[in-house]
Design a binder for this molecule. Structure first.
Ligand code: KMH
Ligand code: ZN
Length: 329
């Protein structure tokens, strides 16, 4: 018999809804990161004003979480100097109620203490936490340009051939304790392959990680899982087996498959991350005008599929965050 509410020819599904049924989908926007360099796009935010403007635009377009790195305003080079964070944190907090998520990944070539400095100082509601050591190759982008605005750009890309993005068990435990237990942050657990989801499951089982879990399936980084539907399905199945029911997942794909795989993630019952940190384009071969343009596009897709963008406060409730009044900026 045809079901009058959802048009299905079958009896009502007992599965969790995907994008449909007005499900709240958390949109994260990662506005600048440390992968891309100023030569690659004039739209990549570099100064504090640009990072603030990009973040405010993304929040207005529907992003509940803003994932932040800083850059040296003179050169555009990735920076984890808290002095480079403060001006844009203050401005974003004044003009939006978005959840600030400060990266602890920094740039894959920075030492851990440098990477942790801004999250330690500003005690945000959320931080990223990369769940394993890995190769993190951005050097293939060297082939795309013959001239660079700054010497550090090709040097940094080339360095990723020999450097390892170090996130040892000891590092992970230190971050959980320092930023989670002592400063009350919840984590965006960034998992780039199945082994890192296993590591997350290990710490949950050991009782080191409590409360709502927000795992980011990261696809498309050279050294981690490639950006394919098959890999996403495998990661979701692995997380379903290892993580407590009710865990939250989000999907990001670095590179041109960003929108397609985020859409797939939403359809599978997850949340989405976009932003120029992960991908500079808005459609194949076309540079995005802004972070907000990418947020608006994924929001349109989510809404077309029957979902709704979760507000910052709805996200705070879903993830049991400590609240805006407990951050130090
Ligand atoms: N750009 C992502 C692929 C972090 O900030 O901790 C990795 C990332 C790492 O977001
Ligand atoms: Zn990041």
């Amino acid at each position: 018999m045809k079901n009058s509410t959802n048009g299905s020819m079958t009896r009502e599904s007992t599965e969790k809804p995907g994008v449909g049924a007005g499900r709240k989908v958390i949109i994260t926007c990662a506005v600048t990161g440390s992968i891309h360099t100023p030569t690659m796009s004039d739209r990549l935010p570099v100064t504090a004003d640009e990072i603030a403007e990009a973040s405010i635009g993304a929040a207005k377009a529907g992003a509940a979480i803003i994932h932040l790195h800083a850059r040296d305003p003179e050169t555009g080079a990735p920076s984890a100097d808290p002095n480079h964070f403060r001006p844009f944190l203050d401005k974003i907090a004044r003009e939006t109620d978005a959840i600030i998520n400060i990266s602890t990944g920094g740039s894959s070539v920075m030492p851990l203490d440098v990477r942790l400095a801004p999250a330690r100082q500003f005690a945000p509601e959320m931080c990223s936490l990369n769940m394993g050591s890995m190769n993190f190759g951005t050097f293939p982008m060297l082939d795309k340009f013959s001239e660079w605005k700054h010497n550090w750009e090709p040097e940094l890309l080339a360095a990723t051939r020999s450097r390892v993005f170090k996130n040892s068990f000891e590092d992970i435990e230190a971050i959980i304790d320092d930023l989670g237990n002592q400063r009350g942050a919840r984590f965006e657990f960034e998992c780039y392959d199945l082994g890192q989801i296993e590591t997350l499951g290990f710490y949950v089982k050991r009782g080191l990680i409590n409360g709502p879990i927000y795992v980011q399936f990261v696809l498309g980084v050279l050294g981690g899982a490639g950006a394919s539907v098959e890999n996403l399905v495998a990661m979701k199945s692995c997380a379903d087996r290892l993580l407590p029911s009710g865990y939250h997942f989000s999907v990001l794909a670095a590179g041109g498959k960003q929108m397609a795989l985020a859409t797939m993630g939403a359809i599978m019952g997850g949340n989405v991350r976009v932003g120029l940190e992960d991908n500079l384009t808005i459609s194949p071969g076309v540079l995005a005008e802004s972070n907000a343009q990418q947020v608006a596009k994924i929001r349109r897709i989510v809404e077309e599929l029957g979902g709704e963008a979760a507000s910052p406060d709805e996200t705070r409730a879903l993830l049991a965050l400590k609240g805006r009044n407990k951050v130090k900026f």
